[in-house]
Design a protein around this ligand. Sequence first.
Ligand SMILES: NC(=O)c1ccc[n+]([C@@H]2O[C@H](COP(=O)([O-])OP(=O)(O)OC[C@H]3O[C@@H](n4cnc5c(N)ncnc54)[C@H](OP(=O)(O)O)[C@@H]3O)[C@@H](O)[C@H]2O)c1
Length: 289
Amino acid sequence: MDKFLITGATGNVGLSTMRYLLEQKDADFEVVGAVRDVEAARKMEGLEQAQLVNFEFDEPSTHAEALNGVTKLLLIRPNQVSDVSKHIFPFLNEVEKSGVKHIVFVSIVGAERNRVFANHRIETHLKKMGIPHTIVRPSLYMQNLVTLHGQEIRKNSHLYIPAGAGMVNYIDARDVARVVVELLTKPGHEGKEYEITGQEPMDFYKIAALFTTELGREIKYARPLTIKFIRQKMLEKKQMPFIVTLSLLYGAARNGKMGHTSSVFKELTGSEPRQLVDFIHENRKVWKK
Ligand SMILES: NC(=O)c1ccc[n+]([C@@H]2O[C@H](COP(=O)([O-])OP(=O)(O)OC[C@H]3O[C@@H](n4cnc5c(N)ncnc54)[C@H](OP(=O)(O)O)[C@@H]3O)[C@@H](O)[C@H]2O)c1
């Protein structure tokens, strides 16, 4: 019987992956969530009865127990970890010595061609390892509009994003998890790389208009220049790797690299990915004044 280890099990994709896997009746696999704080994780909806193990990428003493008996690994790099050779590769060295036979890695759209992305370095490292793996490259997560931009939308009624007139095709992190579940539970995905997006590319003028309609007050697209965006985020005391990554991602959108639609979600799951308009409706309380 397979045993899955889910890293990032309390985050956007990992938590939904845990929930979807644990929902499956008569499952012929075991699921373990790798978490930094077992007690806190246990209070999260869906994890109350889950098998959880204490795990920190940068704490080697937690690795062996977390990997005990594991055959498949979901690897998620936490956003704040940018020096992957120091914080992720030592864990991957342990994975190589373990019984893991398949790694599913959640990377990001464009990581294959963008050497400065931390996820690019993980992709390259995985290719050098002897373990079969699958790389998923999702487009931007709808959840960013809550976590990264929620406060400015609520307080300032604007989207402060340096993407010019470029398009993005947001995907719901829960849909990324649905794809991950397919990759972990169905055979034949080893050695594959999948890009996944939402259903419809939109520029931020259109996205602002969706917010305006849902919230009943005007939400503007502020469209700052990248340099102004960087200065603003520095004033907000955000970490430099985070500011650089966001600037690169929105720069890619501005240069027309984020506006495509992939059919992979439908091919793998048989259904359409969630729509942004529905996500905004579902989470409307976050942005209400
Ligand atoms: N946001 C986007 O638009 C987007 C799009 C495509 C791909 N991605 C990629 O998705 C990844 C992030 O995934 P996510 O959004 O699902 O994660 P997330 O919501 O940011 O959560 C991060 C997870 O990692 C855990 N974590 C943090 N530091 C850790 C450490 N030192 N050791 C072990 N676990 C640790 C956190 O646990 P705690 O609960 O203990 O903090 C949490 O479970 C990044 O690699 C990013 O590049 C993001």
